[in-house]
Design a protein around this ligand. Structure first.
Ligand code: UDP
Length: 242
């Protein structure tokens, strides 16, 4: 039997992954479809942690540019990620996958607080753990959250599921038809070339902690499982030289 390539993964979904065709808000059928994809992975014996962004509901930076206090705007964004986490947890639970939400901002009535040791126990018991509320601090992103939590739980890789983009290109493929896709890159190259795949803080944490990152298109059903089983799709970023 083919074995999964990874034992423990952290899947990063942007908030837009839950928005479906509309691009904003939460589209329940879209979340349910994503949950079925994640279920397949969890049932193949891989431990799964999830970080879901909040960009489908709110982003702090544009709100600050429009006149809101940046810190308040970022807290609003972090709360958005908790809404996404709760909806995804419900969909996974309904698919029969035991799921726990842990938040970096305490909200005891709706979720567990983030406690690393407890997250590890959940993973060992094959529960999916969703990390909500980012890292709990303004001026950070959920990409950085993904890198930090992946380091903390010693995930084998971050699987970055992108909306309609099938990897990392040397230019934006939506605007430049000649843009070329990379199969492999190093974290150092991503930072040096300023490739906009995750923010620089997230890349630096991944580089310093030697965490592999796989960037792939989530719009193609089955892709998360393909990556987990080592099929070479998308772009892999690691510390190994090409
Ligand atoms: N955010 C934050 N600190 C964190 C994580 C997120 O302040 O640790 C806020 C920030 O305002 C951000 C918003 O939450 O704009 C939504 O997260 P993000 O933009 O990373 O979501 P994504 O683009 O992945 O959907």
């Amino acid at each position: 039997m083919v074995q999964p390539k990874y034992k423990r993964v952290l899947i990063k979904l942007s908030g837009e992954a839950l928005a479906g065709e509309r691009g904003i808000g939460i589209d329940l059928p879209t979340v349910q479809a994503m949950a079925r994809e994640i279920k397949e992975v969890a049932e193949s014996g891989v431990e799964v942690a999830l970080v879901i962004g909040g960009g489908n509901l709110w982003r702090g930076e544009p709100a600050a540019q429009a006149g809101m206090d940046r810190v308040q705007a970022d807290y609003t964004g972090m709360l958005g990620t908790v809404m996404n986490a709760l909806v995804m947890a419900d969909s996974l639970q309904q698919e029969g996958i035991d799921t726990r939400v842990q938040t970096a901002i305490a909200m005891h009535n709706v979720a567990e607080p983030y406690i690393r040791g407890r997250a590890l126990r959940h993973l060992e018991k094959d529960r999916v753990v969703i990390f909500g509320a980012g890292i709990g601090s303004p001026y950070f992103s959920t990409d950085t959250t993904a890198a930090l939590r992946a380091a903390e739980i010693e995930a084998d890789a971050i699987l970055m599921a992108k909306n309609g983009v099938d990897g990392i290109y040397n230019d934006d493929p939506r605007h430049n038809a000649d843009a070329v896709k990379f199969d492999e890159l190093t974290h150092g190259e991503v930072i040096k070339r300023g490739l906009k795949i995750m923010d620089a803080t997230a890349s630096a944490i991944s580089m310093d902690n030697d965490i592999d990152l796989v960037v792939f298109n989530m719009n193609q059903p089955g892709n998360i499982k393909r990556v987990v089983f080592g099929e070479h799709i998308g772009t892999t970023v690691s510390n190994k030289a090409e």
